[in-house]
Design a protein around this ligand. Structure first.
Ligand code: AMP
Length: 205
């Protein structure tokens, strides 16, 4: 099974992707997580990507495509994979089409005014990648024990630019995949388990 999760920042792609990938035994491929790992390791790619990410801009298509092509060769992708945050441009989608067929594209739809509060309250675990919201995690600690942090690009000013970039570069993918008959739009404005059930229903059909 090969899936794409589409949607604006804060739609819940990462949260849902973890659940669906585990349930179907497929690899969860988050290009954002891959880039953050490169930054943490201080690689040349990570250093070049950091300033773009911190400004809420996209990393160039050729860099992303190079990472993705390598990633899908790995053993854990043999049953399939779920792209979270990729593709983000029409050029990326066209390049993906040349290397792999996709079964379903899930578009998580959440009203814009909800996105800002979701992202600016988001706190991440540096160890296991889990995401929480400040309103429900006053302790500031992850279930795994690590201290949560706020992503630099989750600050409100950057979030606003990420939404502009989404509208300009990524939203056109909705029509692109609708035209190919692959798109399923699901409301992501509900609790985590409800959205998970909606996604499972669509991809199990
Ligand atoms: P995410 O964790 O998916 O929100 O990604 C964080 C940031 O990484 C984005 O705001 C972009 O700067 C960069 N990024 C992640 N995936 C891509 C992609 N497919 N194309 C370009 N930039 C990306």
């Amino acid at each position: 099974m090969k899936l794409i999760f589409l949607g604006p920042p804060g739609a819940g792609k990462g949260t849902q992707a973890v659940k669906i990938a585990a349930r179907f035994g497929i690899a969860h491929i988050s290009t954002g997580d891959m880039l953050r790992a490169e930054i943490r390791e201080g690689t040349e790619l990570g250093n070049a990507a950091k300033s773009l990410i911190d400004r809420g801009e996209l990393v160039p298509d050729d860099v992303i495509l190079g990472m993705v092509k390598n990633r899908i060769q790995r053993e854990d992708c043999k049953n399939g994979f779920l792209f979270d945050g990729f593709p983000r441009t029409i050029a990326q989608a066209e390049a993906l089409e040349a290397i792999s067929a996709i079964d379903h594209v899930i578009n998580l739809d959440v009203p814009v005014e909800r996105l800002i509060s979701r992202i600016s309250g988001r706190r991440m675990c540096p160890d296991c990648g889990a995401a929480y919201h400040v309103s429900t995690r006053e302790s500031g600690a992850c279930d795994c024990g690590a201290t949560l942090y706020q992503r630099d690009d989750d600050k409100e000013e950057t979030v606003r630019n990420r939404l502009v970039v989404y509208e300009r570069s990524t939203k056109p993918l909705i029509d692109y995949y609708a035209g190919k008959g692959l798109l399923h739009t699901i409301s992501g404005d509900a609790d985590i388990d409800t959205v998970d059930a909606r996604i499972r229903e669509v991809i199990s059909k």
